[in-house]
Design a protein around this ligand. Structure first.
Ligand code: K1U
Ligand code: ZN
Length: 171
């Protein structure tokens, strides 16, 4: 297993649309193991392959209190979203130390392959529903800050580019 480097916004590679996984084989199982280790080490409650510069449709999520209930979604598709909406202050491992409110569907039904390549359907609400939508956005090349106002996005980009320059200068 390995901890993988996470891309940081505004890296252009975060806007790549991930391709479907053709076969859930040993290579994908190794990717899932590395992504889970990376998510738990961060720590985070989700991670999409896009964030580790792998542009295939793979997501890991664990919203349990004890971080011991890993959910693996391969080629996830949202089949249904509730009309009811919820606002949550989201974070993102690709946008460190930034939290802001995002409105999303409060419930979703999702179809995905599991780690054995079996098709599963799950219904989710609460933080799991929010996290699933956040991670599928990553696979579609969308970062949560794109839901914020253009002014907030532009200020954030300027601040994060400056931070990245400073970090490189002292490294
Ligand atoms: O996709 C990611 O960048 C992971 C992200 C998932 C997420 C968080 C909140 C709302 C929607 C999606 C994170 O895990 S950010 C870190 C975080 O929320 C957290 C970290 C440790 C303990 C509890 C939460
Ligand atoms: Zn994220």
């Amino acid at each position: 297993m390995a901890i993988l480097p996470i891309l940081h916004y505004p890296d252009a590679r975060l806007h790549t649309r991930a391709k479907p996984v053709a076969e859930v084989d040993e290579r994908i199982r190794q990717l899932v193991a590395d992504m889970a280790e990376t998510m738990y080490a961060a720590p985070g409650i989700g991670l999409a392959a896009t964030q580790v510069d792998v542009h295939e449709r793979v997501v890991v999520i664990d919203v349990s209190e004890d971080a011991n209930d890993l959910l693996v979604l391969i080629n996830p598709e949202i089949l249904w979203r509730s009309e009811e909406r919820v606002v949550y202050e989201e974070g993102c491992l690709s946008v460190p130390d930034v939290y802001d409110k995002v409105e999303r569907a409060s419930q979703v039904r999702v179809k995905a392959l599991d780690i054995n390549g079996q098709e599963r359907e799950i219904e989710a609400d609460g933080l799991l529903a929010i996290c699933i939508q956040h991670e599928i956005d990553h696979l579609d090349g969308k970062v949560f800050v794109e839901y914020l106002s253009p002014l907030k996005q532009s200020r954030l980009k300027t601040r994060l580019r400056k931070q990245e320059r400073l970090a490189k200068a002292v490294a």
